[in-house]
Design a protein around this ligand. Structure first.
Ligand code: B12
Ligand code: SF4
Length: 501
């Protein structure tokens, strides 16, 4: 084994608006480790390289990435001994399968290895594709080179932790090897192999956390989260134990990015950056001292790990926009259904504190959990829209991500819609029917909430927004209008209040 090609495949997704491209840190770390060991590594980030391409619609989904013919050319050109395909997102499954098939068509002897969050959650299913030779479960910086050795030797596969492989046509699932204890032993991600300038160049409109379009790398300062939210599958790759990098190493990496790429923004993509409050405060203090001249962004922050002092410190280093994951405006839903350790009254205190400091707040909410009622959903939306705390709000649909507890609940209770497919595993399509709501109910509520929100923000364009509903959801048009009207009458005219802490 000498020539290793690592691929982040295309995605088939529901939304055309969201074309944000972040660096695939997983294969960037693996690439770096392999280079250190002397392998010749090439990268193909289909997602980032296909950014400028017009999107194709296939079966109602948007195909994001480069055309398969280009993938073919790149594999042919490099003639890899081994191809590693990252399947972090379930929306990549279709392309991952196609890419594996393509590799075997071109070079039948080339080993195909698949890893990433989806693969770690559904390893047996991924192995159903005969063109996939191995699945690696979990973090793979240490195990990937181990596997390459075993492939060279032709024996010893039993000793590779987390490996799923075939023996005499049966499937073997090796026990996991645990999580990487010393994250500081890993080299920096292999930035030099990736199309740096493409990352985060295209932005989701109206999201507050990352501002005007500009290349923005991401960094990982820790891995893992102790939370038990039922819709999350992070623990499948990163575990529930918080593991942190030494801050000196983190700042070394930031210095490298500043010096080499002259970055002005940096995104921290930790599973839960604020898990260790003391460390996060120390990060802020030291970040200030370094005077890098860059802005720090986060996707969302975990409110259940925050306090006033931490808000102050983040504000002091320039985080004037903060996104917080509330998920629900109903404590019982949070505690008993979502299983998020967030106390709403404390959350409100912190949000009020941040608001009064002048921080621009985004609240993210998730609706449509199994067990949630329509009334619960209304109360969440009421909090999102009428608490006066959020400058912007994002409402997502609870989605059974493979590997999450919610996926198992939905499977056990047969809640999936008939046309469920992995291309629907984004957070914008309803995927389940429960005793309390149908997928159509969720679509109507979400569309009505959006229309209501838009009209309130800009009443002059009411006709345009109504036309928008007709364009996007013709069969639901009248239901959406009725629901929107009810929202106006109930909350804006009659001033009826839903309860929140
Ligand atoms: C940053 C991030 C993003 C970035 C993109 C990152 C990227 N390009 O990879 C953005 C913001 C764009 C994003 C978007 C989405 N995300 Co996201 N995201 C993450 C997050 C927080 C961190 C990923 C990361 O960089 N981790 C750090 C690296 C080091 O770890 P890693 O990628 O897992 O890689 C390790 C292993 O997986 C493995 N590995 C990875 N690839 C390979 C390949 C091979 C060959 C091998 C052997 C091993 C291997 O080894 C790596 C090193 O240890 C994860 C949470 C998580 N911890 O997984 C969610 C996560 C991946 N996202 C998730 C989801 C659902 C989404 C969205 C669908 C949400 C949405 N809003 O629509 C979208 C989908 C993309 C889209 N439509 O554009 C889910 C995926 C679950 C699933 N089954 O699909 C996750 C797991 C979070 C969760 N809630 O459970 N996301
Ligand atoms: S707090 Fe975030 S990362 Fe942690 S379990 Fe919940 S959703 Fe997952």
């Amino acid at each position: 084994m000498e020539r290793i090609l690592l691929i982040q495949p295309n995605m088939k997704v529901a939304t055309s608006g969201q074309r944000i491209v972040y660096p695939p840190l997983g294969i960037m770390y693996i690439a770096s480790v392999l280079e250190q060991k002397g392998y010749k590594v090439r990268i193909l980030d289909c997602h980032a390289e296909g950014l400028d391409r017009d999107v194709d619609m296939i079966d109602g989904y948007v195909d994001v990435g480069i055309p398969m013919d280009d993938v073919r050319k790149r594999i042919q050109e490099f003639r890899p001994d081994c191809v590693g395909i990252s399947c972090n997102f379930s929306v990549m499954v279709a392309s991952m399968n196609e890419t594996a098939k393509l590799v075997k068509e071109l070079f039948p002897k080339t080993a195909v290895i698949v890893g990433g969050n989806h693969a770690s959650s559904m390893p047996e299913e991924v192995m159903e594709n005969p063109c996939v030779d191995y699945v690696m479960v979990g973090e793979s910086e240490l195990t990937f080179p181990m596997l390459l050795n075993k492939i060279d030797q032709g024996i010893g596969f039993e000793s590779v932790p987390g490996l799923v492989w075939r023996k005499d046509s049966g499937l073997i699932k090796n026990p996991p090897g645990g999580y990487i204890k010393d994250l500081d032993s890993l080299p920096m991600p292999a930035w030099h192999l990736f199309p740096y300038e493409k990352y985060s160049r295209t932005y989701k409109p109206h999201t507050v956390t990352w501002g005007k379009p500009e290349a923005m790398p991401s960094i990982l300062t820790s891995r893992g989260c102790a939370g038990t939210c039922i819709f999350c599958s992070v623990h499948k790759t990163m575990g529930r134990k918080f593991r942190a990098r030494n801050l000196d190493k983190v700042f070394e990496e930031i210095r490298f990015l500043v010096d080499k790429y002259h970055i002005s923004k940096l995104m921290i993509v930790d599973d839960n950056f604020t898990h260790d409050r003391k460390r996060t405060k120390q990060f802020c203090d030291e970040f200030k001292k370094y005077n890098f001249g860059i802005e720090i962004y986060f996707q969302v922050l975990a409110l259940w790990c925050m306090d006033e002092e931490l808000i102050d410190k983040l504000y002091d280093i320039g985080c004037t926009h903060m996104g917080f994951a509330l998920e629900s405006g109903v404590q019982e839903v949070l505690t008993n259904i979502v299983k998020k350790p967030l106390k709403l009254d404390r959350a409100m205190e912190l949000l009020r504190y941040a608001k009064q400091k002048g921080i621009h707040l985004t609240g993210t909410f998730v609706i449509g959990f199994p067990g949630e009622t329509k009334k619960d959903i209304q109360r969440s939306l009421y909090m999102a829209n009428y608490s006066g705390l959020f400058d912007s709000r994002e409402i997502y649909i609870a989605t059974p991500l493979p590997g999450s507890e919610m996926f198992d609940i939905c499977k056990k209770n047969n809640l999936f819609v008939d046309n469920f497919s992995y291309s629907r595993v984004e957070v914008v399509k309803p995927n389940i029917t429960t005793k309390d709501f149908t997928p159509e109910d969720i679509e109507v509520i979400l569309e009505a909430d959006r229309t209501h929100h838009l009209i309130k923000a800009n009443p002059k364009h009411i006709l345009r927004y109504i036309k928008g509903v007709w364009k996007r959801k013709p069969p639901l048009f009248f239901k959406v209008l009725w629901e929107t009207l009810k929202m106006f009458v109930k909350y804006d005219f009659l001033k009826i209040k839903e309860i929140y802490p």
